[in-house]
Design a protein around this ligand. Sequence first.
Ligand code: TGC
Ligand code: FAD
Length: 391
Amino acid sequence: MKIPYSPPDYFFVDELLSDEHKIIRSAIRDWVDRRVMPIIDDAAQEAKFPMHLIREMGELGVFGPFIPVEYGGAGLDQIAYGVIMTELERGDSGIRSCASVQTSLVMYPIYAFGSEEQRKKYLPKLAAGEMVGCFGLTEPDHGSDPGSMETRFSDGGDHLILNGAKMWITNSPIADIAVVWAKDEKGKIRGLIVEKGMEGFTAPETHKKWSLRASVTGELVFDNVKVPKENLLPHISGLKGPLKCLNSARYGIAWGAIGAAMDCYDTALRYALERKQFGNPIASFQLQQKKLAEIVTEITKAQLLAWRLGKLRSEDRATAAQISMAKRNNVEMALNVARESRQILGAMGITGDFPIMRHMMNLESVITYEGTHDIHLLITGNDITGIDAFH
Ligand code: TGC
Ligand code: FAD
């Protein structure tokens, strides 16, 4: 019989969650057990995103959980969003990525910066998983420094004309819409909703990834695309627009990474208790106990950081720099946990029979996207010294 997943809760962090949070967590965990775990290793090995899960994720309510009910969301709080991200990333970072992008990078900007018509047109379908969205900020020559973007639009009379290219875009080849950040004729950054099928718009897939293999990544190419003026997000301009979306997505990652770490720990602890060498379980050796004890300590610290950040976000008090610190710490924690856990499994750790190597490879993307590990450190440095070390 398969032993159920048993994540650590060393400091009784569960007691900080409401009954509603626990019900949500249990529903997502059950779905991940039934629908993700049995197929995810094959999907990653074959580099195929499990498309059939998108509608199910919509039904499950993981797209836009904090978006108000009238627009198809669930009107839940920020802790609930975090709990959902943890459970999804226990399955795979690619599954969490899909929900992060749809929620924080597509639904959030349409809800926060869009017109009432845009909200009504797109949000319910995105929430239901009937429509897939992507977020275009990064360009081939501008990653950490998105303010230097070259993608531009001009006024073409009754429409806008968009030119440029975006790269490394999660879900772009399968997306029905893209929230694209581009400069207007005065050089101001604005958000546009570009729809699949618009003439001159293509979204080729990026191949040969060793990371996030169960997630689709691609480009967005705009060659004189005519975008209706009503597709411009009316209520935001400047780099703070996309960065506000990133605050929400980075917050979700701070929670999500804990799920990947917990899955690695749970796998490593079971293995260490069962696997015998020199006549004893390897869990009885001090070196392996050191690894396991340090892992559970780091997971516990990350849980408390995420929970406190969630409380601050629920009170609208979390700063962008606090979010950066939590994203940076928790993703590094998860990557280290994956590396240590992999060692506990010896050679078995490199196979697809266990999830650890897949998590480890995924986390190499997670530590890079939504702002690299270095960039988040510089954000903290800037916040505490008042000195910008980016430029
Ligand atoms: P800077 O001059 O500092 O700021 C420009 C304006 O933005 C405001 N701002 C923020 N507003 C809200 N939230 C934040 N986090 C903000 N950070 C800055 C700032 O106050 C200013 O406002 P205003 O009114 O004065 O104009 O900008 P900078 O050009 O110096 O760059 C700053 C820097 C480096 C921190 C920023 O650009 C950055 O974070 N770079 C990293 C880029 C990044 O994270 N890209 C992510 C792409 S999307 C992605 O990876 C999706 S992965 C999807 C998946 O999960 O699969
Ligand atoms: P660069 O900015 O070229 O950085 C290269 C190195 O230089 C890094 O180590 C960086 O930390 C360092 N560096 C840069 N500037 C400084 C500095 N001032 N000081 C010190 N060091 C510095 N983007 C989107 O817009 N939408 C998406 O959906 C999306 N999905 C992604 C999915 C995947 C799988 C991946 C891998 C990336 C995705 N990205 C997406 C892009 C991601 O956000 C960028 O890769 C990231 O912001 C870094 O940009 P870059 O790769 O161009 O690296």
